[in-house]
Design a protein around this ligand. Structure first.
Ligand code: NAD
Length: 438
């Protein structure tokens, strides 16, 4: 798909970010997503009908996922899949296993996927799935049964040309292998392109495991470059030490930045001289947490958010930077590794403090970019080398950052509003060109 040009003159006069109508207090990811969309719609001057088209998911499914536990007991979970928008191409989005998953959270995450795919100009819409389960409480065999049952329940909605899953919180490449196997067995032949984030042995892509994190570092470097600050001069704190946060911390360190603090759901660790990544990785592999690492001092998640660092990367869960915690932030740049880590109130507070926020829909898009590369490779059954993937990822991320930053500067918008305007405008343009059926 070719890039839709940005509107030279938005349909309504572009308002500086500070004059955008204040949104109601956001208390959930869906509130935050709706309020972000409303800001973009007001900049673009769309009418209420267009706003509703963009705000409303095309399809949703809620399924019961019964599990026979290893001890013979049966328990029931709720699973969801939402296709927020499929106008630019198949739905694309992760599968999340977390205890708090509900339909509204999945709707918000699916909407963010729509804008994200459009911002990095992928031929996809946005989707998301989830099961309300705490994966740490279940054996591998139980998680396999949950995954296979969930997949078979949502089977009519997914497929390589309709809706493609990837890992998210609480799921990994093994989960994707089970989804791919269940889907393929039921179709009667092997269909690798139904998921991305697969193991390499099943047609996964080189570089997918670290792609989100590498993308975060590329956009951070681009944002710093605009301020004339080299990556090697900055201190970084990373909240969340899972698939995104752990690799982000390691890549920041490998590019010369000083990673002074990291955390996970159990707590954090700090060393102002820089955490020794190799030893920290060994500690986490042995204990399952960054807590207790002897190469630094303990700190809480709230203390990490308030550290006097240059770059803060929230890479754990939604809503950690609300009106209260945002007021404690001393970083100059917040680069959102997680989806929706900043509430609408938090955003306003950070803007008032002069903090530059590189928004999630841009900052963490590296994962879906390499997912797209994986899907292309699977469809062609031709695999690319690691350097080819790394170069193409860097190019996509840096050029998407350039588009967003240019629009932000030209129209006096925050990076978030500019990113949303681009994502929403490209999606709306696809609606307009396709027309409304019937
Ligand atoms: P993960 O399950 O691998 O890791 C999550 C990490 O967050 C863990 O270290 C966990 O301990 C920590 N955590 C959980 N609750 C916390 C809390 N309340 N406070 C502090 N830390 C907490 O998940 P992930 O794949 O790394 O995803 C993290 C975020 O990044 C999510 O918002 C996800 O949607 C987003 N994301 C992930 C990808 C991807 O490729 N995996 C891509 C784009 C966005």
């Amino acid at each position: 798909m070719t890039s839709t040009p940005l509107p030279d003159t938005p349909a309504a006069p572009a308002a500086p970010a500070s004059t955008i109508e204040p949104a109601p207090r956001a208390s959930s990811p869906l509130d935050t997503a709706h309020s972000q969309l409303a800001s973009a719609v007001s900049v673009l001057g769309y009418d209420e009908g267009q706003h509703q088209m963009l705000a409303t998911p095309r399809r949703e499914i809620h399924v019961a996922v019964p599990l026979r536990r290893d001890d013979g007991e049966t328990v029931l979970f709720h699973g969801f899949r939402v296709q927020h928008n499929i106008t630019r191409g198949p739905g694309k989005g992760g599968l999340r296993y977390a205890p708090g998953v509900d339909i509204d959270e999945v709707r918000a995450l699916a909407m963010w996927m729509t804008w994200k795919c459009a911002i990095v100009d992928l031929p996809y819409g946005g989707a998301k799935g989830g099961v309300a389960i705490d994966p740490r409480d279940y054996s591998t065999a139980e998680l396999e049964r949950v995954t296979r049952r969930y997949t078979s329940e949502i089977m009519p909605m997914i497929g390589p040309d309709t809706d493609i899953m990837a890992p998210d919180m609480g799921t990994d490449e093994h989960t994707m292998a089970w989804v791919m196997d269940t889907y393929s067995v039921n179709r009667g032949y092997t269909i690798p392109a139904v998921v991305t984030g697969k193991p390499l042995a099943l047609g996964g892509s080189r570089g997918r495991g670290t792609a989100t994190s590498a993308g975060i570092v590329h956009v951070t470097a681009a944002a710093l470059r605009e301020a004339g600050v080299p990556l090697s001069d900055v201190t970084v704190a990373v909240q969340g030490f899972g698939k995104v946060g752990s690799h982000a911390a390691a890549i920041f360190a490998s590019r010369g930045a000083t990673v002074v603090a990291v955390s996970d759901q159990y707590g954090g660790v700090r060393n102002d001289a820089g955490l020794a990544m190799d030893r920290l990785y060994s500690h986490v592999a042995a204990t399952g947490s960054v807590v207790g690492f002897d190469g630094g001092d303990p700190l809480s998640n709230d203390e990490l958010l308030a550290l006097d660092v240059d770059v803060l990367v929230p890479a754990a869960v939604e809503g950690v930077l609300d009106g209260t915690t945002a007021a404690t932030v001393r970083a100059r740049w917040v680069v959102e590794g997680a989806n929706g880590p900043t509430t609408t109130d938090g955003d306003r507070v950070l803007a008032a403090q002069g903090v530059t926020v590189v928004p999630d829909v841009l900052a963490n898009a590296g994962g879906v970019v390499v997912s797209y590369f994986e899907w292309v490779q699977a469809n062609q059954t031709y695999w690319w080398s690691e350097p080819e993937i790394a170069d193409r990822l860097e190019h996509r991320m840096t050029s998407a950052f350039g588009d967003v930053s240019t629009l932000a500067t030209r129209e006096g918008l925050s990076l978030r509003d500019a990113a949303l305007v681009i994502g929403v405008q490209r999606t709306a343009e696809a609606h307009r060109i396709r027309g409304l059926y019937p």
